[in-house]
Design a protein around this ligand. Structure first.
Ligand code: KIV
Ligand code: NA
Length: 277
């Protein structure tokens, strides 16, 4: 199948065809997501929570994002590879943001970057797209603002907040974003934003009326430790499967049931060692 590009994604919106997105942070899973025909693969800064064991995304560094983007890159042939701009890498100055995004593209092999928020971020979106780096916006719940928000909860429930979100969405499209992630916003608001924009909205906890959907891979596969958000559907219980496999392995080694002769190498016929046993 032909490669997914920014144009493909915009065409999907025109055709009313859903955009399928999932996160991946390394070579084997990026390969699987690509082989499954997922359209966009996101090296999200959820990397921190689900792979690196951090308590929040604010601990993820640019070096870590570059490292994992490079790994995912090697597994992707068809999907559009997007990397998250981590905490504070796009707030110091527009030049710093360009340099950070440049690393994700040049060193990591990302084809687009995603950044949270609007407001002062709009100028960054404009400059990045101007420099040839496609941008995915991200509105609603912004995990990089967890300390300011005091927790992870639905955004845009009241009239004023909803209006602000709609204005921000329009501003992001105007600044040059080619897609917009909407995280934990009311279904009605996500629907209104999706109708209003020419670029596809990609929902997570934003209801069924968005133009596309994204999930965190580890939530989808049942690999997440601890609490999984209500908006995630688990399509497999790989964590349980892995645990049971490892328990059987440990039991086999302890019972001397593994390895056996089947898993062994032998000396060349006629040599001393093969007769010794
Ligand atoms: O980091 C991430 O996984 C994300 C998705 C939830 C959109 O930003
Ligand atoms: Na993210």
């Amino acid at each position: 199948a032909s490669r997914v590009t920014v144009r493909t994604v915009l065409e999907y919106k025109e055709q009313g065809r859903p955009v399928v997105m999932v996160t991946a942070y390394d070579y084997p899973f990026a390969r699987l997501a690509d082989a499954a025909g997922v359209d966009m693969i996101l090296v999200g800064d959820s990397l921190g929570n689900v792979v690196l064991g951090y308590p929040a995304t604010v601990f993820v560094t640019l070096d870590e994002m570059v490292h994992h983007t490079r790994a995912a890159r090697r597994g992707v042939e068809r999907a559009l590879l997007v990397a998250d701009m981590p905490f504070l890498t796009f707030h110091l100055s527009v030049d710093d943001a360009l340099r950070a995004a440049g690393r994700l593209v040049q060193e990591g092999g990302a084809e687009a970057v995603k950044l949270e928020g609007a407001g002062r971020v709009l100028e960054v979106v404009h400059r990045l797209t101007g420099a040839g780096i496609p941008v995915v916006g991200h509105l609603g719940l912004l995990p990089q603002r967890v300390h300011a928000l005091g927790g992870y909860r639905v955004q845009g429930r009241d009239e004023a907040e909803a209006r602000q979100l709609l204005d921000d969405a329009v501003a992001l499209e105007q600044a040059g974003a080619f897609a917009l992630v909407l995280e934990m916003v009311p279904r009605e608001l996500a629907a209104a934003i999706s109708r209003r924009l020419r670029i596809p909205t990609i929902g997570i906890g934003a209801g069924p009326d968005c133009d596309g959907q994204v999930l965190v891979l580890h939530d989808l596969l049942g690999l997440t430790q601890g609490r999984v958000p209500r908006f995630a559907r688990r399509y497999a219980e790989l964590g349980q499967i892995a645990l049971e496999a490892l328990q059987r392995y440990a039991a086999d080694v302890r019972a001397r049931a593994f390895p056996t002769d089947e898993h062994s190498y032998h000396m060349a016929a006629g040599e001393a060692g093969s007769r010794a046993g």
